[in-house]
Design a protein around this ligand. Structure first.
Ligand code: CP
Ligand code: NVA
Length: 301
């Protein structure tokens, strides 16, 4: 049997993804009710973080222990990964000792190389190119509040980055229309856009992209690893803030989301972040439930 990985949303079929979202919501109810049966007793998750994290680390670690397993935090600072041990060797060794591995790193190719040499499932917990786990939580949050996302219109406002790329894959897998508004010079990967041109379109005007939208999503202007571009990006992204005025162009029941961490007053207004009816905190919490459903699927494959 081949080992299944989750490096992008394309690694699961649309029906598997939809079942996973439903299972995540079921597990959320279980946790709030009688609790879980702890099917992962004796299972170990290795968590490699080469970039910072709050939500991803805590959700994977808490999720694994709620299901009876154990999670191990591995940072390059105190493992041989930080001293140049080849990724292929690390993959062979780590996967001989743990049952499932998640990696947050820079180059997407590094996660691909790791997965190629791993004998256990590997989960992409964010690379420079993709953040598929976040999309599981985002879609779960949409479905919980508004029902199926199939056939809806989603607008991405901001950088054509890892989150935007995962939204493009989500448009394909969950069957929705995606409108992307980016400043010139910050477009998503052109090959990915071209491969999905039947459902993905690019705009320069956030207002045009938001008209009639069911969900508006944004992310920081400077991602991890781009900190020294912060000031320049603040200039380039002026006018690309998701705020009440922009949301007035969307459907009256449109939701807005942000993967967090957010910069209030930059890519999203403080008013929207602090609104009592925002789903952003539910979106963050759903990382826990969606990744538990993901680990269950991969460990049972
Ligand atoms: N959204 C997200 O991945 O958050 P962290 O960087 O805190 O893990
Ligand atoms: N685009 C952001 C997402 C953080 C969860 C980054 O890569 O830093």
């Amino acid at each position: 049997m081949t080992t299944r990985h989750f490096l992008t949303l394309l690694d699961l079929s649309p029906s598997e993804l939809n079942a996973l979202i439903a299972r995540a919501t079921e597990m959320k109810a279980q946790l709030r009710g009688a609790g879980h049966e702890r099917p992962f007793v004796g299972k170990v998750l290795g968590m490699i973080f080469e970039k910072s994290s709050t939500r991803t680390r805590v959700s994977f670690e808490a999720g694994m222990s709620q299901l009876g397993g154990h999670a191990m935090f591995l940072s390059p600072r105190d493992t041989q990964l930080g001293r140049g041990e080849p990724i292929e060797d690390s993959a062979r060794v780590l996967s001989s000792m743990v049952d499932i591995i998640m990696i947050r790193t820079y180059a997407h190719q590094k996660v691909q190389a790791f997965a190629q040499h791993s004998s256990v499932p590997v989960i992409n917990a964010l690379t420079d190119d993709y953040h598929p786990c976040q999309l599981l939580a985002d879609v779960q949050t949409y479905v919980e509040n508004r029902g199926s996302i199939q056939g809806k219109t989603v607008t991405w406002v901001g950088d054509g980055n890892n989150m935007c790329h995962s939204y493009i894959n989500a448009a394909r897998q969950f069957d929705f229309e995606l409108r992307i508004a980016c400043p010139e010079g910050f477009d998503p990967n052109s090959e990915l856009v071209a491969a999905n041109k039947d459902r993905v379109s690019l705009f320069r005007s956030p207002i045009e992209a938001t008209k009639g939208s069911d969900l508006v999503v944004t992310d920081v202007w400077a991602s991890m690893g781009q900190e020294d571009e912060q000031l320049e990006r603040e200039k380039q992204f002026a006018g690309f803030q998701v705020n009440a005025e922009l949301m007035s162009h969307a459907h009256s029941d449109a939701l807005y989301m942000h993967c967090l961490p957010a910069h209030r007053g930059e890519e999203i207004s403080a008013e929207l972040m602090d609104s009592p009816d925002t789903v952003i905190w539910q979106e963050a919490e759903n990382r826990l439930h969606a990744q538990k459903a993901l680990m269950e699927l991969l460990l049972n494959s």
